[in-house]
Design a protein around this ligand. Structure first.
Ligand SMILES: NC(=O)c1ccc[n+]([C@@H]2O[C@H](COP(=O)([O-])OP(=O)(O)OC[C@H]3O[C@@H](n4cnc5c(N)ncnc54)[C@H](OP(=O)(O)O)[C@@H]3O)[C@@H](O)[C@H]2O)c1
Length: 365
């Protein structure tokens, strides 16, 4: 830096020096030119997923940071991008949440230091290295001393935890003693919804899942009424829910299954109730007649997490609340399995065939 100050500069020299400075970044270690990643070049099933140990490492600009990822969270949304339900550019590196250590910073970055551990929401982290804008809203600086367990827990809880927390407050503000239907109640988001709705909001959870083992797990996490979708048809499930609620129906539905369950939702929602349809596990709902909402004056939402945490204050408010719940032991994050990065294909095959519960994580080499 002193070098830049001490030289008497001409305008041309100044421009050259500025360019030079812009290209400089500071790194803790020599960053390899290539890295290991999961990527794909066309839409399709898990077979399109590729693992490379020789993929270019991203280069950072003067306002960016480079993270060496330690853990990345697996979320069902990756399957929608891979299948083409949501659009992506190719080659595409999946991943929406991770934790790791900053190993390089651009020359204009002054809000992070090399060695800081971070957890963050953002793309392209089924990879050893990810570049991020240093002013990105959804980065949490965990400081230099965060340990491996903390990195694991934060990457396991951020996306699904914030989804559950924002939805039960903003999509429908769950009230004490409400009856709430939760589908995929033993999944990643599902287990967090079970706990927050029952323990924090003190409402009744009616859980739907596809096996008795999954329902037992939902029960351990606060679900009160258990309905097995492998043993009961959705019509029978609707009858059971109406029986449980004395014919009135539920105050709200949190439904991540989509196409297969929208009819169930309409049958069991009570007058003036709220259907929160937030996922497509069985496929997207392509057409919907608004008139179906009229008989019971139903509210229908199709929210996405990022619409509730766009502003820095919103992100900070909910992450603080989430981490307080985790730190106080009120919210338990159930980690199903930690897979090595190279085994993401196996992990998503297990998830897509409904064999998993709770959170799936990738450990990044
Ligand atoms: N809108 C948002 O911002 C947002 C944010 C986060 C997550 N989500 C959505 O929330 C849902 C849960 O995400 P997650 O990551 O926690 O996944 P997950 O619930 O752990 O896994 C998906 C579950 O969906 C259920 N499912 C029902 N029908 C299915 C089908 N036809 N094929 C496959 N699975 C089916 C399965 O549970 P059963 O076998 O018990 O039915 C399966 O375990 C996903 O739909 C995801 O897209 C939305």
């Amino acid at each position: 830096m002193n070098l830049f100050r001490s030289i008497r500069t001409t305008p041309l020299l100044l421009r050259l020096l500025n360019n030079q400075k812009r290209l400089m970044s500071i790194s803790a270690q020599s960053i390899p030119k290539t890295q290991s990643v999961i990527f794909y070049e066309k839409n399709g099933g898990p077979e399109v997923l590729q693992y490379s140990t020789n993929y270019p490492t991203p280069q950072i600009s003067d306002s960016q940071i480079l993270v060496k990822n330690h853990y990345a969270g697996i979320n069902y949304i990756e399957t929608y991008f891979r299948k083409g339900i949501y659009k992506s550019n190719f080659p595409y590196i999946p991943g929406r949440e991770a934790s790791g250590e900053i190993v390089a910073i651009g020359s204009n970055v002054n809000n992070f230091k090399i060695g800081d551990k971070i957890a963050y929401l953002g793309g392209e982290n089924f990879a050893q290295f990810t570049k991020l804008d240093s002013n990105k809203v959804s980065i949490i600086n965990l400081g230099q001393n965060a340990n491996d367990n903390q990195l694991k827990l934060y990457s396991a809880s951020l996306l699904q935890g914030l989804t559950a927390l924002t939805f039960i407050n903003e999509a429908y503000n769950v009230q004490k003693d409400d009856f709430i239907l939760v589908t995929a109640a033993a999944g990643g988001v599902g287990l967090i919804l079970d706990q927050l709705i029952s323990k924090v909001k003190k409402a009744h959870v009616i859980a739907v899942a596809s096996s008795d083992e999954k329902l037992q797990l939902a029960k351990n996490n606060g679900a009160e009424f258990l309905l097995n979708s492998s043993k009961l048809s959705y019509d029978q499930i609707a009858d059971e829910i109406l029986r449980i609620t004395n014919g009135k129906g539920v105050h709200a539905v949190f439904d991540s299954i989509g196409k297969d369950t929208i009819d169930l939702d309409l049958k069991v929602i009570r007058r003036k109730g709220t259907i929160v349809s937030y996922g497509n596990a069985s496929g997207p709902i392509d057409s919907f007649s608004l008139g179906l909402l009229s008989p019971k004056n139903v509210r229908l939402l199709r929210p996405q997490l990022f619409g509730y945490i766009t502003e820095p204050e919103e992100f900070q408010h909910y992450t603080k609340q989430l981490f307080n719940l985790i730190d106080s032991g009120e919210l338990h994050i159930e980690i199903f399995k930690v897979y090595p990065l190279k085994d993401y294909k196996i992990a998503t095959e297990e998830m897509e065939s409904r064999k998993t519960t709770g959170k799936l994580l990738l450990q990044i080499p």
